[in-house]
Design a protein around this ligand. Sequence first.
Ligand code: C2O
Ligand code: CU
Length: 548
Amino acid sequence: PQIRKFNFKVQYANATRLCRTKSLVTINGQFPGPTMYVREGDTVIVKVQNKVDYNVTIHWHGVRQFLSAWADGPSYVTQCPIQKDHSFTHKFKVVEQRGTLFYHAHVSWLRATVHGAFIMLPKADAVLPYPKPADEHLLYLGEWWNRNVEDVIAESLRVGGAYQPSDALTINGQPGALYNCSLSDTTVFNVVKGKTYLLRIINAAVNFQLYVSVVGHSLTVVEVDAEYTKPYTTNTLVLAPGQTTNVLLTADQEVGQYLISATVFSPPNPIFVPFPQTPTTAILRYEGAKTVLSSPTELALPKFPLFNDSVFAAGFTTSLKGLSTYSSGFDLPLKVDKEMLFTIGYALQVCPTCNVTFLPNPHLRMRTSINNVSFVEPTSASLMEAYYYNISGVYEADFPSDPLYPYNYTGTAPSNPFSVYGTKVKVLEFGESVQIVFQDTSTTFFEGHPIHLHGTNFFVVGEGFGTFDPIKDTPKLNLVDPPSRNTVGVPSGGWAAIRFKAVNPGMWFMHCHFDIHTAWGMSMAFLVKNGHGMNETLPPPPSDLPKC
Ligand code: C2O
Ligand code: CU
């Protein structure tokens, strides 16, 4: 194992997209940020310096942070943000993980431009569960705004929360051939006929689930969220924001150029949620193919499912099966100590000064909630410092295990938009096995929720449409080969069940990975208490942990 050191300077840089140049917040001047390569077992040390006018934190999305919760990074959960001209050094070990993840800013909407790939190579002597590919490519999906993204979200919240669509989808930071002024910057992936490649695909988009497809080529999924899966071959992938997928692609077509493309899956309702209609594209270019594209439409687009085909998406996600079982601590809990039902959905709030044109009553504000609690960030200290130093008044430890308002799914309207506003955490005893059923309650807005948990992967043991029925659905849960993930796409008007074992002490944020929903309050935190051994205890905070 090695020590891998990185210096991250959060700084402004200019970038040109869609015919105009703007200044944006970046890491080391790069957009997307630098790709980090580490190896399983390594110690990672990243010094983050803030040189911009916004408060910043960086989160290592999907990294388990075993016994290193202080390095996790969500603002006001494990740390106060880094203020201008200050720095914070993250230190953590890559424990029993290998695969593709990413890092991103975790404050407001800064992650729209502050992010990059985090690649954990397997141990040098590890045996791969698939044939060794000839080479690999990174396919990094994101969004581009012509405006300053922090202005976009501030303006949205000021008027009650309307969606503000981005101006383009991107692959490796580039919108690709079909967007204005973008043809010559289209990303190119070079391949040689007959060889097989690993594509590491990351959905770093802020508010959209995406379909991904390559013309003429099938894709074999071998890993999701940095855990191996049984091989699954398909023409179209579905990735929620926060999800990562490794696939094998064999260059088995005629020598030539083929479009790789991503487009939006499942906006809630295109009237409420405008989204970029143009797919982002990159080029798969065979060695020996001609290298120029003379017109943006010279190459055919893949045939995607309909933008709202949630049945296709459910078919894709339920086809993914886990491959590995874990060493101690990360095993699939066959029995659970605590069963919880979390309703997730919209929670309209009265706001006399708002003027929300897309809501039936303009004096409502968009809020979202989990179990009818709409999360309010603390300001005086992070949740974890409040726990560690016993500071009262920062949070309440009474997050409910079941919805506050009985859930009655009728299929016609958001059935329980009632909510309380608060900073509540759910306390878990060390070693407890937990099952959570996420029940989407929103039918009017018609959108699923990619729910992301920090500090551990979980097993997705089931999902379905309609209301979860404990008697009918429990026996159908997959306790044989469920995939292990850090982000689960809860289907629109449906449910998903997860299980995990609480063996990593700390304060772990859980939230929807659509940033607009998080901004509206769809988040909460688990406090996993210390165990009794030395290796079961949250260590003291680093001395440079930022102050509020
Ligand atoms: Cu990818 Cu809480 O984040
Ligand atoms: Cu959501």
